[in-house]
Design a protein around this ligand. Sequence first.
Ligand code: NAD
Length: 259
Amino acid sequence: MLQGKLGVVFGVANRRSIAWGIAQALSGAGARLALTYQERVGDTVNELAATLPGSMTMPCDVTRDEDIEGTFARLDEAFGGLDILVHSLAFAPHEALAGTFVDTTREAFRIALDVSAYSLVALARAARPLMERRGGGSIITMTYLGSDRVFPRYNVMGVAKAALESSVRYLASELGPPSIRVNAISAGPIRTLAARSIPGFPRMEEHVRQAAPLRRNTEAAEVGDVALFLASDLSRGVTGEVIFCDSGYHVMGTSMPLG
Ligand code: NAD
């Protein structure tokens, strides 16, 4: 499905990362990939990338404009264009998730929104000329239902995901004319490094197992397959969308047996 396509994936930290599930799906369908990583996880990401044919890796901290510029210069040099960009990263200071939302500090709010939402705008801007050269492209980001509904302790990350989903719509509107599509996948809870920093996460997983229509939690490989659809021409008519991959959890009003 993706033979001859060129992609970059931001957000692999280890083999549990959603970004890794996506990278495997895209690579398995024939895409040639670059994986970017934060310095501290470089060795792990290099080991994982070695299992993907024709892939390359490079460090990139999305809070640094010079890193983003350098990453896209290297992508341009190596690939000469880009078809797929996967943004699968987020961060909020621990204290902002451990406490109450009303106590969120200005600095924690700034950091969470900068890393988790603004970075999509910055990466889309940098990717645009490379995608235009290929006649268009697909940008995919990762979100969570906490953007829309309250999950106690998800706190400022919920606000950041609301900003991210709104950014998806504004970017889709502006980048549509050169055929660049922008979509988000809203995943159910998956036990990753980032998820483990959210207090009460195991209870959330247990609740989804009981309440979601499919009565099970989401797997990174399932998210990878939705990303494959969004990266491929099968989704050529879809942009500005948030697609749920959460065992159907979001459709439920209550998990209490009524009547
Ligand atoms: P993860 O810890 O495997 O991935 C998070 C990634 O963010 C890491 O690779 C980390 O290096 C990267 N990152 C953080 N700050 C960065 C920075 N300044 N520059 C560059 N990279 C940075 O966890 P994950 O669960 O795979 O998270 C991926 C995405 O999926 C996130 O957007 C997360 O909010 C979203 N998501 C996760 C779940 C879940 O339950 N795990 C559910 C829905 C959405």
